[in-house]
Design a protein around this ligand. Structure first.
Ligand SMILES: Nc1ncnc2c1ncn2[C@@H]1O[C@H](COP(=O)(O)OP(=O)(O)O)[C@@H](O)[C@H]1O
Ligand SMILES: [Mg+2]
Length: 262
């Protein structure tokens, strides 16, 4: 494996819905074990960007490469490529009629073709990873939002993807449940999981992001390290947005402050 080759390369991605131009040329690379945080106002195209990256909604123009292989290339199997890109959704998207373990095992079994037993073992390991093994036999409705989202993360992990995309994974959660999900994500980041995270949790970004990308109106307005943004962004628009986030979410969450020993 070539360590210098990006795991994910997003090149000049454009996407419109009818007359509405949502993405207007987004580019970035994600290297092995990197955490990329994407943030920006509601409606700026963040979810669309993630859907373009995994080809749930193919871009109109531009390219996405996974370890050097272009998605949508004639000779590539898009389903096989997509299986290597994990996705964690805002609203968990678990199957209501399946127990936690089966929600996690179904991908490895149906998509990767593992035997029932192997898929189950892998699912159990993934549930252990997010500290949900004790809840394996529960249905989603029997779990809190934070627990459901941890199952959502386990479902992505069980596929052993090259990269995991998170679309505002904590924004549908009650405040007291956000911490347990962020903690799992922090642990994954520290273990070297390659991640693209759409989030407004700036404490998380500060703790583990290699780069933060602010998008608005379908373009990258500003990008840089967390230090860059928290010292004071170049763009007035970004500074205002960060200020508003601070008012909305309060200062960084206490549980994240210890991460760099602050
Ligand atoms: N499938 C779709 N059809 C039409 N418009 C869409 C579709 N998906 C998103 N949009 C529009 O694209 C814009 C960006 O949406 P989205 O990517 O969800 O933004 P964000 O995730 O940053 O809030 C919004 O104006 C939204 O209404
Ligand atoms: Mg969104």
């Amino acid at each position: 494996m070539n360590k210098m080759e990006p795991v994910l390369r997003v090149r000049d991605v454009w996407k419109s819905y009818g007359d509405l131009e949502v993405l207007k040329g987004i580019s970035f690379d994600v290297m092995e074990s990197e955490v990329k945080v994407v943030f920006g106002p509601s409606g700026s195209g963040k979810s669309t960007l993630l859907r373009c990256i995994n080809y749930l909604d193919p871009p109109d123009r531009g390219d996405v490469f996974l370890r050097g292989v272009r998605l949508g290339e004639k000779d590539t199997d898009i389903n096989e490529m997509r299986a290597r890109i994990g996705m964690v959704f805002q609203h968990f998207n678990l199957f209501a009629h399946l127990r936690a373990i089966d929600n996690v095992a179904i991908g490895p079994e149906k998509v990767l073709g593992l035997s029932k037993e192997d898929a189950r073992q892998r699912a159990m390991a993934a549930l252990e990873h997010v500290k949900m093994a004790d809840w394996a036999d529960h249905y989603p409705a029997q779990l809190s939002g934070g627990q459901q989202q941890r199952v959502g993360i386990a479902r992505a992990l069980a596929m052993e993807p090259d990269v995991i995309l998170f679309d505002e994974p904590t924004s549908a959660l009650d405040p007291e449940l956000i911490g347990e999900v962020l903690q799992v994500m922090l642990d994954l980041a520290k273990e070297g999981t390659t991640m693209v995270v759409v989030t407004h949790e700036m404490g998380f970004a500060r703790a583990v992001a290699n780069e933060m990308i602010f998008i608005d109106g379908g373009v990258v307005v500003e990008r840089g390290t967390p230090e860059h943004f928290f010292r004071g962004a170049d763009s007035e628009r970004v500074r205002q947005f960060l200020h508003k986030l601070e008012e909305l979410y309060g200062k960084e969450r206490e549980e994240l402050r210890d991460v760099d020993g602050e």
